[in-house]
Design a protein around this ligand. Sequence first.
Ligand code: ATP
Ligand code: MG
Length: 397
Amino acid sequence: FPVEFQRALPILQQIEAHGYEAYFVGGSVRDFLLGKPIADVDIATSAFPAEIKEIFHKTIDTGIKHGTVTVMMDSVGYEVTTFRTETGYQDFRRPDHVTFVRSLKQDLQRRDFTINALAVRADGLVIDEYHGLDDLAAQEIRAVGNADERFHEDALRMMRAVRFASQLGFQITADTYNSLLHNAPLLQKIAVERIHTEFVKMMLSKNWRIGWQQFVKSGLIKQTPFFDQLDSVFPTFLSGQQPLLDEAAIWVLLAESLQLSREQLTQLLHAWKSANEVIEDSLSTLAFSRQLKAEAWPTAIQLYRIDANIIERLATVWPLLSWRADFTKLAIMYQRLPIKARHELQLNGADLIDKLNLRPGPIIGELLDEAEAAVVTGQLKNQSDILLQWATNQLDK
Ligand code: ATP
Ligand code: MG
Protein backbone atom coordinates (compact mmCIF):
# COMPACT_ATOMS: atom_id res chain seq x y z
CA PHE A 1 0.00 0.00 0.00
CA PRO A 2 1.12 3.60 -0.58
CA VAL A 3 1.67 5.75 2.53
CA GLU A 4 -1.72 7.44 2.23
CA PHE A 5 -3.40 4.05 2.61
CA GLN A 6 -0.90 2.84 5.23
CA ARG A 7 -1.76 5.76 7.46
CA ALA A 8 -5.49 5.17 7.18
CA LEU A 9 -5.23 1.40 7.55
CA PRO A 10 -5.87 1.40 11.33
CA ILE A 11 -9.30 2.90 10.63
CA LEU A 12 -10.28 -0.03 8.41
CA GLN A 13 -8.83 -2.49 10.91
CA GLN A 14 -10.64 -0.99 13.88
CA ILE A 15 -13.96 -1.03 12.07
CA GLU A 16 -13.37 -4.67 11.10
CA ALA A 17 -12.45 -5.51 14.69
CA HIS A 18 -15.92 -4.34 15.67
CA GLY A 19 -17.48 -6.76 13.22
CA TYR A 20 -18.27 -4.41 10.34
CA GLU A 21 -16.88 -4.18 6.83
CA ALA A 22 -14.71 -1.27 5.69
CA TYR A 23 -12.95 -0.48 2.42
CA PHE A 24 -11.00 2.16 0.62
CA VAL A 25 -13.21 3.29 -2.26
CA GLY A 26 -13.60 5.79 -5.08
CA GLY A 27 -10.93 7.97 -6.65
CA SER A 28 -8.18 6.96 -4.22
CA VAL A 29 -8.46 3.30 -5.27
CA ARG A 30 -8.48 4.26 -8.94
CA ASP A 31 -5.41 6.44 -8.54
CA PHE A 32 -3.63 3.84 -6.40
CA LEU A 33 -4.17 1.15 -9.07
CA LEU A 34 -2.94 3.56 -11.74
CA GLY A 35 0.14 4.35 -9.68
CA LYS A 36 -0.84 8.01 -9.50
CA PRO A 37 -0.59 10.23 -6.43
CA ILE A 38 -3.63 9.85 -4.20
CA ALA A 39 -5.68 12.92 -3.31
CA ASP A 40 -8.19 12.20 -0.56
CA VAL A 41 -8.67 8.73 0.88
CA ASP A 42 -12.36 7.80 1.00
CA ILE A 43 -13.58 4.98 3.21
CA ALA A 44 -16.90 3.13 2.89
CA THR A 45 -18.31 0.93 5.63
CA SER A 46 -21.25 -1.26 6.56
CA ALA A 47 -21.34 0.44 9.98
CA PHE A 48 -23.94 3.16 10.44
CA PRO A 49 -22.77 6.67 11.44
CA ALA A 50 -23.76 6.16 15.09
CA GLU A 51 -21.77 2.94 15.15
CA ILE A 52 -18.71 4.66 13.69
CA LYS A 53 -18.96 7.33 16.38
CA GLU A 54 -18.94 4.64 19.06
CA ILE A 55 -15.77 3.09 17.64
CA PHE A 56 -13.72 6.30 17.34
CA HIS A 57 -13.18 9.02 19.93
CA LYS A 58 -12.50 11.90 17.64
CA THR A 59 -15.10 12.34 14.93
CA ILE A 60 -16.80 15.21 13.16
CA ASP A 61 -20.35 15.05 11.83
CA THR A 62 -19.54 16.04 8.27
CA GLY A 63 -22.71 14.86 6.57
CA ILE A 64 -24.51 12.55 8.93
CA LYS A 65 -27.68 12.64 6.83
CA HIS A 66 -25.74 11.24 3.88
CA GLY A 67 -23.85 8.83 6.09
CA THR A 68 -20.52 10.64 6.29
CA VAL A 69 -18.53 10.98 9.51
CA THR A 70 -15.00 12.35 9.52
CA VAL A 71 -12.65 10.27 11.66
CA MET A 72 -9.54 12.07 12.92
CA MET A 73 -6.27 10.11 12.86
CA ASP A 74 -2.96 11.81 13.64
CA SER A 75 -4.72 15.13 12.98
CA VAL A 76 -5.71 14.04 9.47
CA GLY A 77 -9.43 13.71 8.80
CA TYR A 78 -10.79 10.72 6.89
CA GLU A 79 -14.32 10.66 5.52
CA VAL A 80 -15.99 7.42 6.49
CA THR A 81 -19.29 6.92 4.67
CA THR A 82 -21.89 4.26 5.32
CA PHE A 83 -22.79 2.05 2.34
CA ARG A 84 -25.86 3.60 0.79
CA THR A 85 -28.18 3.49 -2.14
CA GLU A 86 -29.80 6.53 -3.64
CA THR A 87 -33.32 6.67 -5.03
CA GLY A 88 -35.75 9.01 -6.70
CA TYR A 89 -33.59 11.45 -8.63
CA GLN A 90 -36.66 13.47 -9.67
CA ASP A 91 -34.73 16.56 -10.63
CA PHE A 92 -31.78 15.06 -12.53
CA ARG A 93 -29.41 16.13 -9.78
CA ARG A 94 -29.62 14.90 -6.27
CA PRO A 95 -31.30 11.80 -4.91
CA ASP A 96 -34.51 12.39 -2.95
CA HIS A 97 -33.55 9.69 -0.46
CA VAL A 98 -30.43 7.94 0.60
CA THR A 99 -30.85 4.61 2.30
CA PHE A 100 -28.10 3.05 4.38
CA VAL A 101 -27.43 -0.54 3.42
CA ARG A 102 -25.08 -3.25 4.64
CA SER A 103 -23.93 -4.38 1.20
CA LEU A 104 -20.83 -3.03 -0.51
CA LYS A 105 -22.09 -4.17 -3.91
CA GLN A 106 -25.10 -1.87 -3.66
CA ASP A 107 -22.89 1.03 -2.62
CA LEU A 108 -20.60 0.51 -5.59
CA GLN A 109 -23.61 0.39 -7.90
CA ARG A 110 -24.54 4.02 -7.18
CA ARG A 111 -21.09 5.25 -8.26
CA ASP A 112 -20.61 6.97 -11.60
CA PHE A 113 -18.01 5.03 -13.57
CA THR A 114 -16.63 1.52 -13.32
CA ILE A 115 -13.12 2.81 -12.62
CA ASN A 116 -14.57 4.73 -9.65
CA ALA A 117 -16.50 1.72 -8.37
CA LEU A 118 -13.58 -0.33 -7.08
CA ALA A 119 -12.94 -1.09 -3.42
CA VAL A 120 -9.89 -2.34 -1.52
CA ARG A 121 -10.01 -4.19 1.80
CA ALA A 122 -7.42 -3.87 4.57
CA ASP A 123 -5.84 -7.21 3.58
CA GLY A 124 -5.36 -5.94 0.01
CA LEU A 125 -8.27 -7.75 -1.62
CA VAL A 126 -9.68 -5.71 -4.53
CA ILE A 127 -13.45 -5.86 -4.97
CA ASP A 128 -14.40 -5.35 -8.58
CA GLU A 129 -18.12 -5.87 -9.07
CA TYR A 130 -18.43 -3.87 -12.30
CA HIS A 131 -15.26 -4.78 -14.24
CA GLY A 132 -13.49 -1.60 -13.28
CA LEU A 133 -10.12 -3.36 -13.49
CA ASP A 134 -10.71 -4.26 -17.15
CA ASP A 135 -11.68 -0.68 -17.91
CA LEU A 136 -8.66 0.68 -16.05
CA ALA A 137 -6.43 -1.57 -18.15
CA ALA A 138 -8.22 -0.61 -21.36
CA GLN A 139 -8.17 3.05 -20.29
CA GLU A 140 -11.90 3.50 -20.65
CA ILE A 141 -14.55 5.57 -18.91
CA ARG A 142 -17.73 3.50 -18.73
CA ALA A 143 -20.88 4.22 -16.73
CA VAL A 144 -21.78 1.67 -14.08
CA GLY A 145 -24.82 -0.12 -15.52
CA ASN A 146 -27.08 1.74 -17.94
CA ALA A 147 -25.55 5.06 -18.97
CA ASP A 148 -28.89 6.70 -19.82
CA GLU A 149 -30.23 5.90 -16.38
CA ARG A 150 -27.07 7.08 -14.69
CA PHE A 151 -27.06 10.42 -16.52
CA HIS A 152 -30.75 10.87 -15.77
CA GLU A 153 -30.08 10.31 -12.09
CA ASP A 154 -27.35 12.92 -12.00
CA ALA A 155 -26.54 14.91 -15.12
CA LEU A 156 -23.29 16.18 -13.60
CA ARG A 157 -21.85 12.75 -14.37
CA MET A 158 -21.61 13.83 -18.03
CA MET A 159 -19.20 16.59 -17.02
CA ARG A 160 -17.35 14.13 -14.86
CA ALA A 161 -16.98 11.79 -17.83
CA VAL A 162 -15.15 14.39 -19.90
CA ARG A 163 -13.21 15.53 -16.84
CA PHE A 164 -11.88 12.03 -16.14
CA ALA A 165 -11.19 11.44 -19.85
CA SER A 166 -9.08 14.55 -19.74
CA GLN A 167 -7.33 13.94 -16.41
CA LEU A 168 -6.51 10.32 -17.13
CA GLY A 169 -6.14 10.49 -20.91
CA PHE A 170 -8.84 7.77 -21.21
CA GLN A 171 -11.50 7.20 -23.88
CA ILE A 172 -15.19 7.34 -23.05
CA THR A 173 -16.72 4.06 -24.26
CA ALA A 174 -19.08 4.26 -27.26
CA ASP A 175 -22.18 3.41 -25.22
CA THR A 176 -21.47 5.94 -22.54
CA TYR A 177 -20.54 8.62 -25.07
CA ASN A 178 -23.67 8.08 -27.17
CA SER A 179 -25.76 8.38 -24.09
CA LEU A 180 -23.93 11.57 -23.20
CA LEU A 181 -24.78 12.98 -26.66
CA HIS A 182 -28.49 12.28 -26.14
CA ASN A 183 -28.63 13.53 -22.62
CA ALA A 184 -26.44 16.64 -22.87
CA PRO A 185 -29.44 19.02 -22.42
CA LEU A 186 -29.98 17.63 -18.92
CA LEU A 187 -26.84 19.48 -17.86
CA GLN A 188 -28.99 22.62 -17.64
CA LYS A 189 -30.52 21.17 -14.48
CA ILE A 190 -27.19 21.23 -12.68
CA ALA A 191 -26.01 24.09 -10.48
CA VAL A 192 -23.26 26.01 -12.23
CA GLU A 193 -20.98 25.71 -9.18
CA ARG A 194 -20.80 21.95 -9.65
CA ILE A 195 -20.19 22.27 -13.40
CA HIS A 196 -17.52 24.86 -12.66
CA THR A 197 -15.61 22.51 -10.34
CA GLU A 198 -15.49 19.73 -12.91
CA PHE A 199 -14.65 22.13 -15.75
CA VAL A 200 -11.70 23.65 -13.91
CA LYS A 201 -10.34 20.23 -12.91
CA MET A 202 -10.62 19.23 -16.55
CA MET A 203 -8.91 22.33 -17.94
CA LEU A 204 -6.05 22.22 -15.44
CA SER A 205 -5.19 18.62 -16.23
CA LYS A 206 -2.38 17.58 -18.52
CA ASN A 207 -4.61 16.34 -21.34
CA TRP A 208 -7.06 19.23 -21.16
CA ARG A 209 -7.30 19.44 -24.95
CA ILE A 210 -9.03 16.04 -25.06
CA GLY A 211 -11.50 17.14 -22.41
CA TRP A 212 -12.14 20.50 -24.06
CA GLN A 213 -12.70 18.92 -27.48
CA GLN A 214 -15.21 16.46 -26.04
CA PHE A 215 -16.88 19.19 -24.03
CA VAL A 216 -17.37 21.11 -27.29
CA LYS A 217 -18.08 18.24 -29.70
CA SER A 218 -20.59 16.55 -27.43
CA GLY A 219 -22.59 19.77 -27.21
CA LEU A 220 -22.22 19.92 -23.43
CA ILE A 221 -20.74 23.40 -23.77
CA LYS A 222 -23.97 24.69 -25.35
CA GLN A 223 -25.83 23.65 -22.19
CA THR A 224 -23.77 25.87 -19.91
CA PRO A 225 -24.31 29.50 -18.92
CA PHE A 226 -22.92 32.21 -21.23
CA PHE A 227 -21.78 29.70 -23.88
CA ASP A 228 -25.42 28.81 -24.56
CA GLN A 229 -25.89 32.41 -25.76
CA LEU A 230 -22.71 32.63 -27.78
CA ASP A 231 -22.76 32.23 -31.56
CA SER A 232 -19.12 31.37 -32.03
CA VAL A 233 -17.17 28.49 -33.44
CA PHE A 234 -15.30 27.10 -30.50
CA PRO A 235 -11.54 26.69 -30.91
CA THR A 236 -9.92 23.25 -30.90
CA PHE A 237 -6.46 24.13 -29.51
CA LEU A 238 -4.56 21.55 -31.52
CA SER A 239 -1.09 22.94 -30.95
CA GLY A 240 0.87 23.52 -27.79
CA GLN A 241 1.87 21.18 -25.02
CA GLN A 242 2.13 22.79 -21.64
CA PRO A 243 -0.64 22.91 -19.04
CA LEU A 244 -2.36 26.16 -18.10
CA LEU A 245 -1.06 27.96 -15.02
CA ASP A 246 -4.29 28.40 -13.07
CA GLU A 247 -8.01 29.01 -13.36
CA ALA A 248 -7.57 32.59 -14.55
CA ALA A 249 -5.39 31.28 -17.39
CA ILE A 250 -8.33 29.19 -18.60
CA TRP A 251 -10.65 32.19 -18.79
CA VAL A 252 -8.07 34.40 -20.47
CA LEU A 253 -7.39 31.68 -23.04
CA LEU A 254 -11.10 31.45 -23.82
CA ALA A 255 -11.54 35.22 -23.89
CA GLU A 256 -8.64 35.64 -26.32
CA SER A 257 -9.54 32.78 -28.61
CA LEU A 258 -13.24 33.67 -28.70
CA GLN A 259 -12.38 37.37 -29.00
CA LEU A 260 -14.53 38.33 -26.07
CA SER A 261 -14.66 41.91 -24.90
CA ARG A 262 -13.74 42.72 -21.32
CA GLU A 263 -17.47 43.08 -20.59
CA GLN A 264 -18.21 39.69 -22.09
CA LEU A 265 -15.48 38.06 -20.04
CA THR A 266 -16.92 39.70 -16.94
CA GLN A 267 -20.35 38.31 -17.83
CA LEU A 268 -18.88 34.87 -18.40
CA LEU A 269 -17.09 34.89 -15.05
CA HIS A 270 -20.22 35.98 -13.22
CA ALA A 271 -22.39 33.48 -15.08
CA TRP A 272 -20.01 30.72 -13.99
CA LYS A 273 -19.89 32.06 -10.41
CA SER A 274 -16.14 32.38 -10.32
CA ALA A 275 -14.43 33.56 -7.14
CA ASN A 276 -13.68 37.29 -6.91
CA GLU A 277 -9.95 36.71 -6.89
CA VAL A 278 -10.20 34.69 -10.10
CA ILE A 279 -12.27 37.46 -11.69
CA GLU A 280 -9.67 40.10 -10.78
CA ASP A 281 -6.77 37.97 -12.01
CA SER A 282 -8.54 37.13 -15.25
CA LEU A 283 -9.46 40.70 -16.06
CA SER A 284 -6.04 42.16 -15.25
CA THR A 285 -4.36 39.44 -17.28
CA LEU A 286 -6.66 40.00 -20.23
CA ALA A 287 -5.95 43.73 -20.09
CA PHE A 288 -2.21 43.15 -20.23
CA SER A 289 -2.58 40.60 -23.01
CA ARG A 290 -4.61 43.08 -25.07
CA GLN A 291 -2.05 45.80 -24.42
CA LEU A 292 0.73 43.63 -25.80
CA LYS A 293 -1.38 42.54 -28.72
CA ALA A 294 -1.70 46.22 -29.61
CA GLU A 295 2.12 46.36 -29.48
CA ALA A 296 1.95 48.84 -26.64
CA TRP A 297 5.01 47.63 -24.80
CA PRO A 298 4.98 48.27 -21.09
CA THR A 299 7.17 50.96 -19.62
CA ALA A 300 9.83 49.90 -17.11
CA ILE A 301 7.73 51.12 -14.23
CA GLN A 302 4.64 49.27 -15.45
CA LEU A 303 6.60 46.08 -15.87
CA TYR A 304 8.07 46.53 -12.39
CA ARG A 305 4.66 46.98 -10.83
CA ILE A 306 2.88 44.23 -12.70
CA ASP A 307 2.06 41.05 -10.80
CA ALA A 308 4.59 38.41 -11.88
CA ASN A 309 1.75 35.88 -12.05
CA ILE A 310 0.25 37.79 -14.96
CA ILE A 311 3.35 37.18 -17.03
CA GLU A 312 3.66 33.57 -15.95
CA ARG A 313 0.01 33.03 -16.76
CA LEU A 314 0.29 34.57 -20.19
CA ALA A 315 3.35 32.48 -20.89
CA THR A 316 1.08 29.42 -20.68
CA VAL A 317 -1.72 31.02 -22.71
CA TRP A 318 0.03 32.78 -25.58
CA PRO A 319 1.51 29.71 -27.27
CA LEU A 320 -2.05 28.46 -27.76
CA LEU A 321 -3.24 31.52 -29.66
CA SER A 322 -2.83 32.17 -33.35
CA TRP A 323 -1.07 35.45 -32.66
CA ARG A 324 1.92 35.53 -30.41
CA ALA A 325 3.27 38.38 -28.40
CA ASP A 326 7.05 38.35 -28.34
CA PHE A 327 7.53 36.75 -24.98
CA THR A 328 11.33 36.81 -25.22
CA LYS A 329 11.26 40.55 -25.70
CA LEU A 330 9.16 40.88 -22.58
CA ALA A 331 11.36 38.50 -20.59
CA ILE A 332 14.46 40.48 -21.58
CA MET A 333 12.78 43.75 -20.59
CA TYR A 334 11.96 42.21 -17.24
CA GLN A 335 15.48 40.85 -16.73
CA ARG A 336 16.92 44.30 -17.45
CA LEU A 337 14.97 45.98 -14.69
CA PRO A 338 17.57 47.37 -12.24
CA ILE A 339 15.48 46.10 -9.32
CA LYS A 340 12.55 43.70 -9.26
CA ALA A 341 11.17 44.54 -5.83
CA ARG A 342 11.24 47.30 -3.23
CA HIS A 343 13.47 45.37 -0.84
CA GLU A 344 16.26 45.41 -3.43
CA LEU A 345 16.44 49.18 -3.23
CA GLN A 346 19.71 50.19 -1.53
CA LEU A 347 17.89 52.72 0.59
CA ASN A 348 15.35 52.23 3.33
CA GLY A 349 13.51 54.16 5.98
CA ALA A 350 16.10 53.44 8.67
CA ASP A 351 18.90 54.88 6.47
CA LEU A 352 16.98 58.10 6.01
CA ILE A 353 16.23 58.43 9.73
CA ASP A 354 19.73 57.52 10.96
CA LYS A 355 21.95 59.10 8.34
CA LEU A 356 19.93 62.17 7.41
CA ASN A 357 18.46 62.73 10.87
CA LEU A 358 14.94 62.67 9.54
CA ARG A 359 11.95 62.24 11.80
CA PRO A 360 9.63 59.34 11.03
CA GLY A 361 6.72 60.65 8.94
CA PRO A 362 5.16 60.70 5.50
CA ILE A 363 8.28 62.29 3.98
CA ILE A 364 10.14 59.00 4.39
CA GLY A 365 7.64 57.08 2.28
CA GLU A 366 7.56 59.81 -0.35
CA LEU A 367 11.34 59.81 -0.70
CA LEU A 368 11.46 56.03 -0.97
CA ASP A 369 8.71 55.99 -3.62
CA GLU A 370 10.54 58.57 -5.66
CA ALA A 371 13.90 56.81 -5.31
CA GLU A 372 12.33 53.52 -6.29
CA ALA A 373 10.77 54.98 -9.46
CA ALA A 374 14.02 56.72 -10.39
CA VAL A 375 16.03 53.52 -9.98
CA VAL A 376 13.55 51.42 -11.97
CA THR A 377 13.58 53.89 -14.85
CA GLY A 378 17.38 54.09 -14.79
CA GLN A 379 17.60 57.72 -13.72
CA LEU A 380 19.41 56.80 -10.51
CA LYS A 381 21.92 54.08 -9.76
CA ASN A 382 20.92 51.58 -7.10
CA GLN A 383 23.85 52.42 -4.76
CA SER A 384 23.35 53.53 -1.20
CA ASP A 385 25.80 56.49 -1.29
CA ILE A 386 24.26 57.80 -4.51
CA LEU A 387 20.76 57.37 -3.17
CA LEU A 388 21.60 59.10 0.12
CA GLN A 389 23.20 61.98 -1.74
CA TRP A 390 20.14 62.24 -3.94
CA ALA A 391 17.88 62.27 -0.88
CA THR A 392 19.94 65.05 0.69
CA ASN A 393 19.59 67.13 -2.48
CA GLN A 394 15.86 66.53 -2.52
CA LEU A 395 15.54 67.76 1.05
CA ASP A 396 17.54 70.89 0.27
CA LYS A 397 15.19 71.80 -2.57
P1 ATP B 1 -10.86 13.34 -7.48
O1 ATP B 1 -9.53 12.74 -7.70
O2 ATP B 1 -11.08 14.53 -8.33
O3 ATP B 1 -11.22 13.57 -6.05
P2 ATP B 1 -12.82 11.27 -7.30
O4 ATP B 1 -13.13 10.10 -8.19
O5 ATP B 1 -12.30 10.97 -5.95
O6 ATP B 1 -11.87 12.23 -8.09
P3 ATP B 1 -14.88 12.67 -5.94
O7 ATP B 1 -15.78 13.75 -6.44
O8 ATP B 1 -13.92 12.96 -4.84
O9 ATP B 1 -14.13 12.11 -7.22
O10 ATP B 1 -15.84 11.46 -5.51
C1 ATP B 1 -15.38 10.29 -4.85
C2 ATP B 1 -16.13 9.08 -5.38
O11 ATP B 1 -17.54 9.23 -5.15
C3 ATP B 1 -16.00 8.85 -6.88
O12 ATP B 1 -14.85 8.13 -7.20
C4 ATP B 1 -17.27 8.10 -7.19
O13 ATP B 1 -17.15 6.73 -6.82
C5 ATP B 1 -18.27 8.74 -6.27
N1 ATP B 1 -18.96 9.89 -6.89
C6 ATP B 1 -18.65 11.19 -6.79
N2 ATP B 1 -19.51 11.97 -7.45
C7 ATP B 1 -20.41 11.14 -8.00
C8 ATP B 1 -21.57 11.34 -8.80
N3 ATP B 1 -21.96 12.55 -9.19
N4 ATP B 1 -22.27 10.23 -9.15
C9 ATP B 1 -21.89 9.00 -8.75
N5 ATP B 1 -20.82 8.76 -8.02
C10 ATP B 1 -20.08 9.80 -7.63
MG1 MG C 1 -11.87 12.43 -4.42
